[in-house]
Design a protein around this ligand. Structure first.
Ligand SMILES: [Zn+2]
Ligand SMILES: [Zn+2]
Length: 435
């Protein structure tokens, strides 16, 4: 009897595996077929980049494409965002896939036939606009995924939510936007998302590779403002002053202990940077106040709290010991949470990524101290965010132009792996959730 059960179980698992495999190869075949379209879409977006909260043209093309595939479409989400809902033929979980759509105020350099010549205004200044972070490829890849998955709609065990997000790089000054606003407008509800996947093309990772990091993969950001208030005096009579310049210098020095003496650096990295300091206007006047701005990066929410608390204590107490006052604002204007790859979800989905890319092409990498507003979605449901190779094979990553710069370059031959990876992640998650 025992043996019979074992045999039955084996047959069941083999057939489940075989079915998944058949669907996976269907995904891979469709992804290969859609490659040319994905590249063409990307070139079009590259030539017509739009800044955050102004992605009207991009959103229009996305919405039209999703509609043509029979996907239910909602536009104007968080200003220019587009959300598509694809209901599979069978019951199952809700999986969200996300692409960000915005370009950056960078003037493109080089000789691409589809180079951007677009100009726009950013925070009141005329700027060139360029897809200098590769979000054009994210949009094109997710459009490809939508085409692939909608063609196998009847076999899908659940619902896919396609999230095309505006303003990942941050909305213009004074505006709301990005993932934060999408979440506030309820993008993770109705239907409630069970898991979310996203990727970022990477100009320093070779085509064909996918890199990942479980747990905190990209840092939280908090910007800070510290105003040190003292008492002004003639520079020749410092004893009559409470010198905010000396106090600010002491605060900056003491802040160096926040990471080196408070953070368990064997667990996570952290960063405290003062990036600007302003005070005084003449050599012989001790000014009344000094203003400093800085950024704080952490890779867990506990570390984020710890760093902020220590900075506040050190700044205020150092000032107090000098007879000055430090007013500390954290965050001052920007906060992104930690981009946190749910460890259980990461482990569960690793085989899917390895089946798609090849086991040796899926590489564990250190966390990054840069940030991503994908983190807002991950606060609402478990999520996995990975990096997709976009660097031509054989190039030296140290010599390729980094993201956000005029020479930033992406090798389009990496896109199809992106389409396959996202489509298979969604499919495999559904297959694993519905027995
Ligand atoms: Zn960027
Ligand atoms: Zn980016």
């Amino acid at each position: 009897m025992k043996r019979l059960w074992a045999l039955l179980l084996m047959i069941c698992s083999v057939s489940a595996f075989a079915q998944t495999s058949a669907l996976n190869s269907q995904v891979n075949k469709s992804a290969d077929k859609v490659e040319e379209k994905v590249i063409a879409w990307r070139r079009d977006f590259h030539q017509h980049p739009e800044l955050g909260n102004q992605e009207f043209r991009t959103a229009g093309i996305v919405a039209k494409h999703l509609q043509s595939l029979g996907i239910e479409v909602k536009t104007g989400v968080a200003k220019t965002g587009v959300v598509g809902i694809l209901k599979g033929g069978k019951a199952g979980p809700v999986v969200a896939l996300r692409a960000d759509m915005d370009g950056l105020p960078v003037v493109e350099r080089g000789d691409l036939p589809f180079i951007s010549k677009v100009k726009s205004t950013f925070n009141g200044n005329e700027v060139g606009v360029m897809h200098a972070c590769g979000h054009d490829s994210h949009v094109a890849i997710l459009m490809g995924v939508a085409e692939v998955l909608s063609s196998m709609k009847k076999d899908l065990k659940g619902t896919i939510k396609f999230i095309f997000q505006p303003a990942e790089e941050g909305p213009p000054f004074g505006e709301e936007g990005g993932a934060d606003l999408m979440v506030k407008e309820g993008v993770m509800q109705n239907p409630k998302v069970d898991a979310i996947f996203g990727l970022h093309i990477d100009a320093q990772t070779e085509v064909g590779k996918i890199t990942y990091h479980p747990g905190g993969t990209m840092a939280s950001v908090n910007d800070m403002q510290i105003i040190v208030k003292g008492r002004s005096a003639h520079g020749a009579a410092p004893w009559a002053s409470v010198d905010p310049i000396v106090t600010a210098a002491q605060i900056i020095n003491n802040l160096q202990t926040v990471v080196s003496r408070n953070l368990n650096v064997t667990e996570n990295a952290g960063v405290v940077t003062i990036g600007s300091i302003h005070g005084g206007n003449r050599s012989n006047i001790i000014p009344e106040q000094v203003e400093m701005m800085g950024t704080i990066r952490a890779l867990s929410s506990e570390d984020e709290k710890l760093l902020i608390e220590r900075i506040k204590t050190i700044a205020t107490k150092t000032a107090e010991s000098s007879g000055a006052v430090a007013e500390v604002k954290i965050p001052f204007s920007v906060r992104y949470p930690v981009t946190y790859n749910d460890p259980a979800l990461t482990e569960k989905m690793l085989p899917s990524l390895k089946n798609t890319a090849g086991a040796d092409k899926v590489v564990l990498v250190p966390a990054e101290t840069g940030a991503e507003d994908f983190s807002y979605f991950q606060e609402k449901s478990p999520g996995l965010y990975v990096f997709l190779g976009g660097m031509p094979k054989g190039k030296d990553p140290k010599k390729t132009a980094s993201h956000h710069t005029p020479d930033f370059f992406i090798d389009e031959s990496g896109f199809t792996l992106g389409v396959k990876a996202l489509a298979n992640l969604a499919l495999d998650y559904m297959e694993m959730s519905v027995k």
